[in-house]
Design a binder for this molecule. Structure first.
Ligand code: TEU
Length: 531
């Protein structure tokens, strides 16, 4: 008997950064009705799973990653009935929708924290992590905020410090307290009952801290890692006690039981680049999947990246594959910018499309967008204020360019919440849809090829050692190959006759190319499989 596969196994994900996707009411903010009006676009592109960034009431100190009410909708994004309308319309079209679960911390405006800071004896006090000052009056330990400075803020009213691994407006929840876990169970059920198909779990490996809160060891300068999205100071410590505590898995287990009872999906944001360690979070009673961020963190270094990618594929069966996100420069920028960066990103995307697990596109990636330009002084990201702006994330978050007119078809307002990013007409959906050679047309063909070849793919790819600069693997009957070098190489999928399902360089491929040009990628299948 054939065992029914989970619905997400062949999904193609798409990350919607809601504030920048589609404004429907002319206030310069993307919103839920705007997204609903673009579902046709997403279906036509070929995605089947949307991940929407947080839409809950929030002071927007970290653009919604500071939640003040998990059971409601921020008026900037719409209303609860707009969520219902989005889910109904998405489901009608066969799209699944997951939201962001941000429960390592709340906003300081959340009623729990407002209560907690009232007095040391308030019933909500222990929903958060409070400690007395060190003997010198300073913070209780040496932990650092991702966004600069200590991870502790002194609250004069009750003469204690509270912990926040991100901004001071994002106090960390105390997951040792059973009431916190119970509250979050209720939040999960509330949204699953409403029809949500799952969650992307923000900072899934941060939830619990070492109970004794010991100082983190300091790293020797030569051991300081390269990692974006955090202050330079944060990188100087080994994060032995503040994050990645094994106890977080008990929380995932608890959520998994709830999610499975709704057939819902949990994809973790587990920012661990080492595939083996990352894989320990993905299991039958843990997270269904977790993003692997090796590609998001990389400049163009194909040899290194492919070695890591192969290790990631081997480590866990169902990772989620991403090249870009709202937290880092876009892949086309990191890979060299312009047409070359764009081609490189498409070649890597082709390689991702045949892997087991869930490939995700970040909105605008299908257009081959590079980072938007943010004029000095117009940054919104709390990270933009530190380290001379090195880590600021705004450039990857500028509004989606739908059409060349002013407002980019994103908004009718003269200004959006972020600058429009200096997009050109060639960047826009409207132009790219008319051009068979555009990045959008190639992305759409690629997603269609993935859908057509679903039945031929197998669970695990077998890497085909080519004697050339071509990276290739076989999965079931299919061969996926990409030339990641800057010269042409011969390509040979193996014995037999082959047909081409996708070719980055040819909108209507018929024959399998015998040679792959620089950054050309293909998906091929044996002719006899057509039946
Ligand atoms: O990101 C977590 C985060 O800050 C990572 O990008 C970080 O760089 C990594 O953990 C370093 O090891 C999530 C959201 O994606 C981000 O937008 C939020 O600002 C953050 O959580 C806080 O909620």
């Amino acid at each position: 008997m054939r065992v029914a596969q989970p619905w997400w196994l062949d999904a193609v994900g798409y990350q919607v950064y809601l504030p920048s996707f589609q404004d429907s009411n002319g206030d310069g903010w993307g919103d839920l009705p705007g997204l609903t009006s673009r579902l046709d676009y997403l279906c036509d592109l070929g995605v089947s799973l949307l991940w929407i960034s947080p839409f809950h009431p929030s002071p927007m100190r970290d653009h919604g990653y500071d939640v003040a009410d998990y059971l409601d909708v921020d008026p900037r994004y719409g209303s609860m009935s707009d969520v219902d309308a989005l889910l109904a319309a998405a489901h009608d079209q066969g799209l699944r929708v997951i939201a962001d679960l941000v429960v390592n911390h709340t906003s300081s405006a959340h009623p729990w924290f407002v209560q907690a800071r009232r007095s040391r004896t308030n019933p909500f006090r222990d929903h958060y992590i409070w400690r007395d000052p060190a003997p010198d009056g300073g913070p209780p330990n040496n932990w650092l905020s991702h966004f600069g400075g200590p991870a502790w803020t002194y609250d004069p009213a009750t003469a204690q410090y509270y912990l926040h691994l991100f901004t001071a407006d994002q106090p960390d929840l105390n997951w040792q307290r059973p009431e916190v876990a119970e509250e979050v169970d209720t939040i999960l059920r509330f949204w699953f009952d409403r029809g949500l198909d799952g969650f992307r779990v923000d900072t899934a490996h941060y939830l619990t801290k070492h109970p004794d809160l010991p100082d983190n060891p300091t790293l020797a300068p030569q051991d300081v890692p390269m990692l974006g999205g955090v202050s330079a100071q944060w990188l100087t410590q080994e994060h032995r006690y503040d994050i990645q505590q094994p106890t977080a898995r008990a929380i995932h287990r608890r959520w998994r039981a709830i999610a499975d009872s709704y057939e819902a999906l949990l994809v973790g944001e587990v920012y661990i680049l080492d595939p083996e360690r990352l894989a320990t979070y993905v299991s039958a009673d843990g997270l269904h999947s977790a993003f692997w961020f090796g590609l998001v963190e990389s400049e163009w270094a194909p040899d290194k990246v492919m070695t890591m990618l192969r290790a990631a594929v081997a480590a866990a069966p169902n990772l989620s594959w991403v090249q870009s996100s709202h937290d880092r420069p876009r892949s086309a920028t990191r890979y060299g910018g312009g047409p070359l960066g764009r081609r490189r990103a498409l070649a890597v995307a082709t390689l991702l499309m045949g892997l087991p697990g869930i490939p995700f596109l970040y909105n605008g990636e299908e257009l081959g967008l590079t980072d938007g330009t943010i004029p000095p002084g117009q940054c919104q990201d709390p990270l933009a204020g530190i380290d001379g702006g090195r880590a600021g994330r705004d450039a990857a978050r500028t509004p989606m360019p739908w059409s060349p007119e002013s407002g980019l078809g994103f908004t009718t307002a003269r200004r959006a919440w972020l600058p429009f990013g200096d997009r050109t007409p060639a960047d826009t959906v409207a132009r790219q849809r008319r051009d068979p050679a555009s990045p959008w047309s190639a992305a759409r063909r690629l997603l269609r090829a993935r859908a057509r070849t679903a039945a031929w793919r197998a669970a695990a790819p077998v890497w085909v050692e080519q004697t050339s600069g071509v990276v290739a693997y076989r999965t079931g009957a299919i061969v996926v190959a990409a030339n990641l070098t800057d010269r042409s190489w011969p390509f040979d999928p193996g014995a037999g006759t082959w047909a081409c399902e996708f070719d980055t360089d040819n909108p209507e491929p018929s024959e399998v190319p015998r040679e792959l040009a620089p950054t050309q990628a293909v998906i091929v299948r044996p002719c006899q499989e057509v039946g």
